[in-house]
Design a protein around this ligand. Structure first.
Ligand SMILES: [Zn+2]
Length: 405
């Protein structure tokens, strides 16, 4: 992958971080919470912010703040995240952070001074790639995720979130709802590369978000009988891999039957995971989404029924456990309209992707600005946005900040 092009120094931040956390096996980037690439990005952000005269702090949930001017309550807070999915693209998250820093640099260069507190906020573990819970930093801050439950989360290496926090100097006892941080957020704006094809159809480089689909993650564990791949007759098997395979088709069919819904199995783990071994257990992770909460719940209920049927057909059992849930989000209408007005009537657009702005919206007015994605591909090394569209995003943020500050 080539580094993103830049013009006049804008978006050069994307170039500066282009080598951090590259994943040579999957392609793209793997930047996961508190691992070396994530820490390097945090240092990069702090150094970049200090160069703009911003004052950097890390809150008790590991989210990084950079204040323009004095710290204070009721601030205009703008930001996104720097972590990625495994093998993710260059824009999901970093585009919002880099564009925010560039918009502030432009405002500073023009002599603009904010009349109320202003901060850039980089949320921790937005993708949930290490501990399995998306928007971890904002869920902890708002109390949407219980602190005890969070501390006990285990990463794929068996390290608890509490231990991982300690290892990077964050006191695990301080994790959890942070009323002081919330009080500082008067409103939150997040710029993000679009993760679908909506802006292509609207023929616009940017849009303001209207809503986020209800979405969640479920772990489905199939249990059968581990055995020898050569010595076990086909008729004698209870193979959980086959139960999982049957279920996956059921997942797709259930989503197709529910208009506008989406369901995905993107991850599978076989135990013990040997080529010449019939698995004893297979876990798959379901991501399901729909426009309304009830539709998403109905979809998962339907999937549970199909999973039970598939497991029974293979002589196996299945357990479906919810790992996370986010209700549908309608962004603050007054703030949304204010952004649309200050951007000369750009279109509004719903999104199927979850964001920290969505989690925060239950507690504070939040808004999002999307930048066109010419292929609609995201969570992939192929994710892309043109330089002109990215610059239109910086323009939009600059105008919005001028209006809000
Ligand atoms: Zn993102």
């Amino acid at each position: 992958m080539t580094a993103p092009a830049t013009a006049h120094g804008l978006l050069s931040g994307l170039d500066e971080i282009a080598e951090i956390g590259r994943d040579t096996r999957r392609g793209g980037y793997s930047r996961h919470l508190w691992q070396p690439a994530d820490l390097e990005l945090r240092d990069w952000f702090a150094e970049r912010a200090v160069r703009l005269g911003l004052d950097v702090e890390i809150d008790r949930n590991g989210n990084t703040w950079a204040w323009w001017g004095p710290r204070g309550d009721d601030a205009i807070v703008v930001g996104s995240h720097l972590d990625s999915v495994p093998g993710g693209g260059a824009y999901d998250g970093p585009l919002g952070v880099v564009s925010t820093l560039d918009a502030i640099a432009r405002l500073q260069a023009s002599g603009f001074r904010p009349t109320r507190p202003c901060a850039v906020l980089v949320f921790a573990e937005e993708e949930g790639s290490r501990f399995g819970i998306a928007c971890l930093g904002s869920r902890l801050m708002t109390g949407a995720l219980d602190a005890d439950q969070a501390r006990a989360l285990i990463d794929p290496e068996g390290i608890s979130l509490a231990a991982a926090a300690s290892a990077v100097g964050i006191d695990p006892a301080g994790l959890g709802e942070d009323p002081a941080a919330l009080a500082r957020i008067g409103l939150f704006v997040e710029l993000h590369v679009e993760q679908g094809r909506g802006l292509i159809d609207l023929d616009s480089p940017v849009a303001v978000a209207s809503s986020i689909l209800a979405h969640g993650r479920w772990r489905i564990t199939f249990t059968g009988e581990g055995n020898h791949a050569g010595a076990t007759r086909m008729a004698d098997r209870r193979d959980p891999m086959l139960a999982a395979a049957r279920s996956m088709l059921g997942v797709r069919d259930a989503a197709v039957a529910s208009s506008g819904s989406r369901a995905t199995i993107g991850r599978i783990e076989a135990v013990p995971g040997g080529t010449n071994v019939i698995s004893s257990q297979v876990a798959v992770w379901l991501d399901a989404r729909a426009a309304e909460d009830a539709a998403a719940r109905d979809l998962v209920t339907e999937i549970e029924a199909r999973v039970a049927e598939a497991a029974a057909a293979e002589g196996c059992t299945a357990v479906v456990a919810e790992e996370s849930w986010s209700g549908a989000v309608a962004f603050d209408p007054a703030l949304r309209d204010r952004l649309v007005r200050s951007l000369d009537g750009v279109p509004t657009l719903p999104t199927g992707a979850g964001h920290d702005a969505g989690v925060l919206s239950s507690r504070r007015p939040t808004a999002m600005i999307f930048v066109r994605n010419p292929t609609g591909v995201s969570h992939s090394p192929e994710e892309f946005a043109t330089l002109d569209d990215c610059l239109a995003g910086v323009d939009a943020l600059e105008r919005v900040l001028r209006e809000l500050l």
